[in-house]
Design a protein around this ligand. Sequence first.
Ligand code: IVH
Length: 676
Amino acid sequence: MEQDSLKARYFDLVRELNRHNYQYHVLDRPIISDGEFDGLLQELRGIENKHPDWISRESPTQRVGSNVSEKFGKISHVAPVLSLANAFSEEDVKSWLDRITKLDERIKFADFVLEPKIDGLTVVLTYQNGILIQGTTRGDGIVGEDITPNIRTIRSIPLKVPINNHQLKVPDLLVVRGEVFMFNSEFEELNAALVKKGEKTWLNPRNTAAGSLRQLNPEITASRPLRIYTYQILSHNGGEIPKTQWELLEYLNELGFPVSPASVYCENANQMLQQLAPWKETRENLDYDIDGVVIKVNDLLIASELGFVGKDPRGAIALKFPAMEATTTLENIGINIGRTGVLTPYAIFEPVQCGGVVVKQATLHNFDFIREKDIRIGDRVMIKRAGDVIPYVIGPIVETRTGSEQVYETPDQCPVCGQKVEKLPGEVAVYCVNNACPAQLIRNIEHFASRGAMDINGLGIKIVEQIVSNHLIKDIADIYQLQKKDLLNLEGFGEKKAENLLLAIEDSKQQPLGRLINALGIRDVGEVMAEMLASRFSDLSAIMDAGFQDFIAMEGIGPNIAQAISDWFHQPENQKIIQKLKNSGVWPMNIEGAANEKTESNILAGNIIVVTGTLERFSRDEIKEFIRKNGGKSTESVSPKTSFVLAGENPGSKKAKAIELGIPVLSESEFLERYA
Ligand code: IVH
């Protein structure tokens, strides 16, 4: 019974793989990623190894390549255009070495060449007396398609060789194999131009290269930035060719054929094995996609004497990298609301392996991106992970649509608070402009409490969500009003946890001014900018009193940031928050900052003043401001450095201390007489 279902699976796999082969090689429109294809092929090979008697003539393992498209003339290759066996780990490479060493002792002393396995399309170029007479695709490895007019449009393919070294003798017949591909940077430019024209963009460089190469109109091919790297001489007649792969690459280069500069020569097997790991980084730094590294026995005679396993030569093997692309179903689109109110859509996928990790979500950047790419809920989508960065959506695979996919409408309301969203002129971002939106509040508080800001231990996103959804706080200043009894009502909070959080909140009052400014979450004001403001101003009031001109006068602040700072501090809600912070004792000062501030006069310059008791003409804040603006400094406690104490009604201990230290004490009227 189990046997029956395995057999059924086998034939399903044959059918499925053949369909994907056709999509990929004939239509140039793959509907699954290379990695997924390899996975299915591996499964098929596994079954065939166990049950060789089941092997069907239609199995994709029974031929080298793919169907030949009917569009182009067919050409038989002078020699089979073979493929390579795959390895997926260093272990696999070692077993390959063991296998071939058993067959040929000389491998023990052999040298090797490592080449990038370029993710492009194989082409075969035929030169007669140095002149390019034909270019074909690989087709099924035996018969290819005649794409000569298209090949001739690729500028890096020489029409006549040798180009460089005219002393070189070229064989009368020279058949060269190479890989046609696109540089990623040029692919991006091509797509950017398509976006500009409002046309559909390509999914990846490989598909684009394939589609471009098999154009019936060579003018279209000519307009695409195709490139070639060559790596094999399939056949030659008359004349000598090098005896090693490394020399062959040099020879091709000398003739005028591009070869990849990334190839590496290795003196022996050990060195070769050591050279494998660095390819992870090489891969990330190349401007073209590679899906592995090809390991070749350098001595071409030894390599050819090793023979074949099926259609794969034994003298070389491809160490494949984890595929960085995958296809999956877009199950839904979610929305994140940032600190500044920006709505950012993100994709929710059916979980899929991509680049060695399981991917469930990815950003969709903004709503224009969804519209431009025509991404619909329910679509199969191609996703990519480049290097270690977070995955992103390349685009939908339109061919697999069933009609049940839903076009996504950009929301006109904030999904959290329900208020109308806004789009600022000239910006792609959509904003929720409701300052009281709980989603924004959560992000604001999370930022306020974060490491580089007020660093409130225990106030992470989960707790913040709990506190906000229980309506315990309405703005960042309310953090300092939190009561133990409120916290104890929250799930997961016991005495200890509540006390620790309140202690951490209390401690945060000691954070310096720069951190508080950063914590406020002003758009474009990060840690560095916050520090700059903190060293220029003495406290938040001073910044509130300053204006656009003061900010723009500072080095490193341009008009946009100056405006953002000025706007933030002039908003009445924000001024209220600042007042609340002050009332709670969250009021770090920077004495040096005061010295930098614009003063109205210098009449108090050099004076350090302590104010105590109630004044008639000034509130406590107003007198401090008056002192600051006239060049003086106000401090809280009396010390020998104090110049004088300004004492109002009911002055208390500060006046007594001044008298004790022999420091002058001025009444409000005396003060006004001298300085106002
Ligand atoms: S050697 C007998 N070298 O990878 C020689 N192949 O299955 C076999 N490829 O489609 C090929 N870069 O077109 C070789 N530096 C390279 C390559 C390379 C890409 C492609 C090749 C084939 C596949 C191997």
